[in-house]
Design a protein around this ligand. Structure first.
Ligand SMILES: Cc1cc2nc3c(=O)[nH]c(=O)nc-3n(C[C@H](O)[C@H](O)[C@H](O)COP(=O)(O)OP(=O)(O)OC[C@H]3O[C@@H](n4cnc5c(N)ncnc54)[C@H](O)[C@@H]3O)c2cc1C
Length: 398
């Protein structure tokens, strides 16, 4: 069987689905999105979904800020009947120790310059927002009232449903087995059932699976799979509404769950555990549980009746600078959008738009988001995309 499209998108995670949505919004609808399982079944389904714009890399801060508008007003972007894609605007607090106060303040200035609404708040204000936390070890805090958390799976479905309504053909259970090439250009893909889909542009949005997918074609996208563990805690007290809290002293993040529980994630990325993304333990190990118990007890001494209620794990698709590749790659007509390194949910709408820009114009339409920041060649050039205001101990994702 053969099929023809203008664009094939491989991978139906949130990034591939966002690319389909953004292209469809530009009127490019002759698209096949090929997902080997089901939409959102990859690492998107494991996301903690934290939404914040706190990035020292200005292009990322701008991407998060513009994406926030989609989370806040889904009906404007997906249609009047889509009023909830899982976003909960709890607010977002980040706290740092003395060593990182200078970086925090410089980062806030840079964030405001690209339109982020963020402010420095003091201990008393944080104590009101997060009454159970020991705040003494912190030296400064920033607050984004528009931050919070979303549901990456639900958001990916919204992108996919909207793209399908515009005419995009979403093929689930359709693994790409081969990239079709003619000389130095891509001409389409072959799927596991033997179908060949010819297209002048192929977007690879296959997350942790990207490196092995493109290696046979001599295209190296340096992504490693890094296992991350999540622990759910019943705090044993009535919390009331609390914001997402990024604790850069104990190197953890805390997200309130709708049922009153708390989700704890790790922000100490100095030592990572590489994993096979198709075969890794899907629950937290004893060592990580011990670390979490210690961190929770230190930060929230009032949780004397806290209990661990569950855990799971997922894999980040980590590049050498912990920032994504959204870029032409290797051969003409091939675009890669992968390597989101644990922070691809909050920027997904902007990622979709940047991919659409690259497909239609070859460059970014938003001057705050230069496409060159995310070029694949930066690794070979040793021009890594790093924050100018790095946080000691937690520099990887900020
Ligand atoms: C534990 C965890 C917590 C996170 N927390 C946050 C957070 O708080 N905030 C935030 O912004 N981000 C967070 N992230 C990151 C964010 O969730 C990811 O960056 C994002 O979901 C990645 O989406 P993706 O589409 O690139 O990848 P995926 O969702 O993995 O999608 C890739 C898809 O490609 C498909 N595929 C692979 N090979 C093929 C093939 N040959 N043919 C067809 N399809 C193929 C897969 O089946 C998969 O569905 C977190 C991630 C994890 C793992």
């Amino acid at each position: 069987m053969t099929d023809t499209a203008d664009v094939v998108i491989v991978g139906g995670g949130i990034e591939g689905a966002a690319a389909a949505w953004a292209l469809a919004q530009r009127g490019v609808t002759n698209i096949v999105l090929a997902e080997r399982n089901t939409v959102g079944s990859g690492m998107t389904g494991k996301s903690s979904g934290i939404v914040r714009c706190h990035y020292g890399v200005s292009s990322l801060a701008a991407m998060a800020a513009t994406s926030l508008e989609v989370f806040e007003r889904p009906e404007q972007f997906f249609g009047a009947d889509v009023t909830d894609i899982g976003f909960r605007q709890t607010g977002y607090v980040v706290g740092v120790g003395e060593v990182n106060v200078g970086s925090l303040r410089k980062s806030l200035t840079a964030q405001r310059a690209v339109g982020v609404q963020t402010e420095e708040i003091d201990h008393a204000e944080v104590a009101t927002l997060w009454p159970f936390a020991d705040l003494d070890p912190f030296a400064a805090f920033a607050y984004e009232a528009r931050g919070g958390f979303g549901d990456a799976y639900q958001t990916a479905q919204a992108f996919a449903v909207s793209a399908r309504a515009a005419g995009v053909r979403i093929r689930q259970g359709a693994a790409m087995t081969d990239l079709l090439l003619d000389g130095g250009r891509v001409t389409g893909v072959r799927l596991a059932d033997g179908t060949e889909v010819s297209a002048g542009t192929v977007v690879i949005a296959t997350g942790v699976w990207t490196r092995e997918l493109l290696e046979p074609y001599g295209i190296d996208v340096p992504i490693r799979a890094v296992r991350e563990q999540i622990v759910m805690v019943a705090p044993g007290v009535e919390l009331g509404p609390v914001p997402v809290f990024s604790d850069l002293v104990s190197l953890q993040y805390v997200r309130p769950e709708p049922g009153g529980q708390l989700l704890f994630g790790n922000s100490d990325l100095s030592h990572v555990e590489e994993a096979d993304p198709d075969d890794y333990p899907n629950r937290a190990g004893d060592d990580f549980i011990d670390v979490t118990v210690d961190r929770v007890g230190t930060r929230f001494p009032a949780f004397t009746n806290a209990a661990i209620t569950g855990s799971y794990a997922g894999c980040y698709d980590v590049t050498p600078d912990w920032n994504p590749v959204i870029s032409p790659a290797g051969v003409d007509g091939l675009i890669v959008a992968a390597g989101f390194s644990g922070h691809g949910f909050k920027i997904a709408p902007a990622v979709g738009r940047l991919v659409a820009d690259l497909v239609t114009d070859g460059r970014s339409a938003d001057p705050r988001i230069p496409e060159t920041d995310f070029r694949l060649s930066r690794f070979a050039e040793d021009e890594l995309l790093k924050s100018p205001y790095p946080y000691a101990g937690a520099g990887e994702m900020r």
